[in-house]
Design a protein around this ligand. Structure first.
Ligand code: PLP
Length: 426
């Protein structure tokens, strides 16, 4: 997708849009469901996927395509598909290659919604998920692989464990067994980490977080690295005729784009979880400043983490870059530009003390969100991860006292002062 040699910051700002003489400088919102054709035959060829082009905005729309092209370019993928939310992206990305009777290996510290999807929804669809600790060796992990394993899954930076995934290790595990590695790169974004370069095959995002960055649009994106061999005998979806397209065989018709084309033409078509053009426009606008925001979020988060680490009322602090480099494995040393704006902290006195502190913050708001420009806090055990049992909370590395701070891009002095005044009266 990256047909130019521009740096990532340039591609974030300009994407692939190059307006011609007199055209809109900013890619416009195509606020339409429908497209017009010259003839019945012309439209029929598009329905048969003989010719690629917009048919109906549930399947594609120019404003949404602009976003998809940009994200594919940022990650170095062959194509991308945008969806109505991050949850929809994860669901469609997985169901594109996993069905009833199949098995998935996933790391155990994940976003709460993903755990719920895997544990409840997939279970009811007869899809089994084995949750594994991240720090096991490759030989130990291998023991969890089954003949029907179709996917290895993880989060590059766990929400909210903040564990850094050893992408190389999990890619090796997956590839040794002829299955792909899919990673959720929501917290790091392509600016801080490009998982395809480290061996992942498919990347998923909640665009509702740093991509949008302003807490105003829900969305999701799937990126296809184009490197996985779907014809290895395990993935009939790509090698046998799709009757809903008159016997089309994806791997033959679309080569190394088979995965992402099918995600659109089968999964998105049949589930309808499409991104609205208006939200695609807002997310694209957000991406134009992603590089500036990620640097500021990362700087502010490190500064706040260092302040908290030295505070007498703090029991513990977690921020990936507070760890000594020597504590990271070879495969975890890819966070060279920062580690996003997420910090977790526990306050001495446990849950009650953590709650007190949160209630006393003024500038920093209590919200069910992360990753926007405004600083916010959340108590996962009672909110985003509330549906988990005590044992599952422990596995997801969520203690009772854990506060997840999403450090915004306000002046760091004001953010620290806010915590200082809250500690003083807590
Ligand atoms: C928020 C989040 C999701 C879900 O995204 P939605 O856009 O809210 O559906 C998935 N993964 C991670 C890591 C998240 O933080």
């Amino acid at each position: 997708m990256n047909e130019n040699n521009y740096k990532i910051s340039t591609n974030l700002v300009q994407g692939s849009y190059r307006p011609k003489n007199g055209e809109a400088r900013v890619f416009p919102v195509y606020q339409n469901t429908t497209y017009r054709y010259d003839s019945v035959e012309e439209l029929a060829t598009r329905f048969n996927l003989e010719q690629i082009g917009d048919l109906y905005s549930r399947i594609s729309n120019p404003t949404v395509s602009e976003l998809e092209n940009k994200v594919a370019m940022l990650d170095g993928g062959v194509g991308a598909l945008a969806t109505s939310s991050g949850t929809a992206a994860i669901t469609l990305a997985i169901l594109n290659i996993v069905s009833s009777g199949d098995h998935i290996i996933s790391v155990e510290d994940l976003y709460g919604g993903t755990i719920s999807l895997f544990k409840n929804r997939f279970k009811s669809m007869n899809i089994e998920v084995t949750f594994v600790p991240q720090d096991l060796s490759i030989d130990e992990l291998q023991k969890f692989i089954k003949p029907n394993t179709k996917l290895v899954y993880g989060e590059t930076l766990g929400n909210p464990s903040l564990n850094i995934l050893d992408i190389k290790k999990f890619a090796t595990l997956a590839h040794n067994n002829n299955v792909p590695l899919m990673v959720d790169n929501t917290f790091l974004t392509p600016y801080l980490c490009q998982p395809l370069k480290h061996g992942a095959d498919i990347v998923v995002y909640s665009a509702s977080k740093y991509f949008d960055g302003h807490a105003c649009a829900l969305g999701g994106v799937i990126v296809d690295g184009g490197s996985f061999d779907w014809t290895n005998g395990k993935y009939n979806e790509f090698t046998t005729p799709d009757e809903s397209y008159h016997g089309l065989i994806y791997s033959e018709a679309f080569g190394n784009m088979a995965y992402i084309v099918r995600a659109r033409t089968a999964m998105l078509r049949d589930t309808g979880a499409a991104l609205s053009p208006q939200n695609a426009f807002l997310i694209n606008l957000g991406l134009e400043t992603l590089h500036l925001r990620m640097e500021k979020h990362s700087q502010n988060a490190l500064a706040l983490a260092e302040y908290l680490q030295n505070h007498p009322k703090v029991a513990w602090v977690n921020y990936p870059l507070l760890k000594a480099e020597s504590e990271l494995s070879e495969g975890q040393k890819y966070l060279t530009k920062g580690a996003s704006g997420i910090v977790t902290v526990g306050i001495k006195g446990g849950f009650e003390a953590s709650k007190q502190l949160m209630n006393n913050l003024k500038l920093t708001a209590i919200v069910t969100h992360v990753a926007d420009v405004r600083s916010s806090v959340l108590h996962p055990a009672s909110t985003s991860h509330r549906q988990l049992s005590a044992e599952e909370l422990a596995k997801a590395k969520i203690s009772e006292d854990l506060i997840r701070i999403s450090v915004g891009i306000e002046d760091i002095i004001d953010i620290i002062t806010d915590f200082e005044q809250a500690f003083a009266i807590s």
